[in-house]
Ligand binder design. Structure first.
Ligand SMILES: C[S@@+](CC[C@H](N)C(=O)[O-])C[C@H]1O[C@@H](n2cnc3c(N)ncnc32)[C@H](O)[C@@H]1O
Length: 424
């Protein structure tokens, strides 16, 4: 690790600039090599700093506000935000202040503001963790907060914001005996069958990773497959399959799985994952709409969506996005449901799911699908599985999972799912 901490801090600053200013996602930036020039420790540090700054961004801005007559340019603002995160996280003031003053000074357009940066960060250092901890939980940006409050009410959204701020534990799905995996890793076996680890560290070094005993999958994301019950020997199509968490669950349960995804690169991830865990599926790179094999006993449609249910692990999302792309996704989900129904055998089941908090990508999609296909039925009984609270079942017969559920044990991702039965 570089001793000045400057390379990691500059990279964290770059990530924040790209996410908040250019609407790019953290995963996309990392895949594009944003961390490539850093030493291993610095990579983790840069990513952690940027992630913490995004999780606490609204609180950092509120802390900075009294010390700023007007909002400075983004380059300075993001340096100040990172400074707040570090100073309030207990880092020594001297090194933090110097590093962010340096970052501001290196940019010609902001170098005149290095004095301001120095002065503001020294005041923040005086407030320290105490000043940070007394402030309210960070609010979600308004473009997303408003529809969430309209859908779930203010109290629920405050619960979601607390979950987003807390981040997520590491959940695993076991290939075989989940209890044995929980024991081997000193984790907790959740009521729904996932294994939960707190402060897990580097995933690939955990016991059982190399042996393929488990894969990483949020507890909520593991539910859609469980709704299909015993799939042994059934022909199951996973229509939007990468990176393969649900395809691996289906294969582990003995289904004859066909995994389809439009992305060749993401399909490589499925192939790698299947190889590591020693399971098989027929992998097809194809646009779902061009895929025309029929007669499946069951189809899992984990449709592309806003991913607003995953903010605990992806705090960049509310800052990189503004909701303008969601209309097209909603239209695509509707068309995908209709296409999936054509691939299903009569009497077969379609599990539709999205990792979204927006009813337009969940409850409303299913209500509208039922209206378009009068013989289609939701199977609410299939939702009554271990660990699922009956209150989470929705009027149209789907299941709504939210990050504010399970607050005492670390929450869960936001998800919607429903089992739809095609007429025989
Ligand atoms: C929510 S992710 C699926 C996650 C996956 N089911 C799992 O559990 O690991 C959605 C996937 O849909 C794929 N996708 C997007 N548009 C598609 C299309 N038109 N046809 C097929 N796959 C598509 C994306 O590449 C992405 O991998």
């Amino acid at each position: 690790m570089n001793q000045t901490g400057l390379p990691a801090r500059r990279t964290a600053h770059y990530l924040l600039m790209e996410i908040t200013g250019e609407g790019r996602l953290m995963a996309e930036l990392i895949a594009g090599g944003a961390l490539a020039r850093l030493e291993t420790d610095d990579r983790a540090r840069a990513q952690r700093l940027a992630t913490d700054a995004l999780r606490g961004l609204d609180r950092a801005d509120r802390m900075l506000k009294p010390y700023l007559k007007k909002t400075p340019p983004d380059h300075v603002m993001n340096a100040l935000r990172l400074g707040v995160i570090e100073l309030c996280g207990g880092e020594a003031a001297h090194g933090v202040v110097n590093a962010y003053v340096e970052i501001v000074a290196r940019n010609k357009r902001t170098q005149a503001m290095k004095g301001l940066t120095n002065a503001v960060l020294r005041k923040i250092a005086a407030e320290g963790p105490e000043g940070w901890n007394k402030r309210a939980i960070p609010l979600t940006p308004g473009w997303l907060r408003q529809p969430l409050v309209a859908a779930w009410g203010r109290d629920a959204v405050e619960g979601m914001e607390a979950a987003h701020f807390a981040g997520a534990p590491l959940d695993l799905s076991a290939k075989g005996n989940a209890e044995a995996v929980a024991k081997a890793l000193d984790g907790n076996l959740l009521s729904t069958g996932s294994v939960r680890l707190q402060n897990a560290g580097q995933v690939s070094t955990l016991r059982g990773y190399a042996e393929g005993d488990w894969w990483v999958q949020d507890a909520a994301a593991a539910i859609p497959v469980k709704l299909l019950g015993d799939v042994k020997g059934l022909r199951v199509l996973d229509l939007c399959a990468a990176p393969g968490g649900k395809a691996m669950q289906l294969a582990a349960l003995g289904a004859d799985v066909t995994a389809v995804d439009i992305s060749e690169k993401r399909m490589e991830r499925i192939a790698e994952n299947l190889t590591r865990v020693g399971l098989t599926a027929a992998c097809v790179v194809s646009d779902a709409f061009a895929f025309d094999q029929t007669g499946f006993d069951a189809i899992l449609l984990d449709a592309p969506c806003s991913a607003t249910g995953t903010i605990r692990r992806h705090p960049d999302l509310p800052y990189a996005k503004d909701g303008s792309e969601f209309g097209a996704l909603i239209d695509q989900q509707e068309a995908m449901i209709d296409h999936a129904l054509t691939l299903l055998k009569p009497g077969g089941r379609l599990v539709f799911c999205t990792c979204s908090l927006l009813p337009d990508e969940g409850e409303v999609q299913v209500e509208e699908a039922l209206a378009r296909h009068p013989d289609l039925r939701t199977e609410a009984d299939a939702l009554r599985i271990n660990g699922i609270d009956a209150d989470w079942i929705t009027d149209e017969g789907g299941l709504r999972l939210r990050p504010d559920y399970w607050p005492d044990i670390g929450g869960m991702d936001g998800f919607y799912m429903a089992v739809l039965r095609k007429p025989a």
